[in-house]
Design a protein around this ligand. Sequence first.
Ligand code: ZN
Length: 134
Amino acid sequence: MKISHIEHLGIAVESIEKALPYYENVLGLKCYNIETVEDQKVKTAFLKVGDTKIELLEPTSPESTIAKFIEKRGEGIHHLAFAIEDGVAHALAEAEEKGIRLIDKAPRLGAEGLHIAFLHPKSTIGVLTELCEK
Ligand code: ZN
């Protein structure tokens, strides 16, 4: 697979409203989009940092994987997302061929209209890894 850059860093938070003042008032970043991804039961807020972004993830239901993550590990870095140049489907096939466990067998639609897929942290040395493409 061909990775061009880190697309974003996903951070699990209990409340976007409570987290944003730190990112905006202390770090001086600007939130430019807040979006709910229904099928993921998550509300997302995006802040630009140069060519990359920070994605704040707030659970909208106790069933959300983000709610379970916070319950188990607390708030903090949840996943690392890479921008893929040569197609997420292709990258998934290549990763699977190399013995990586996939969470998503095929790309799906994520926040900001990106095609996304996750690799399982058991196969990626503990870092939940997202592959994205525009
Ligand atoms: Zn993400």
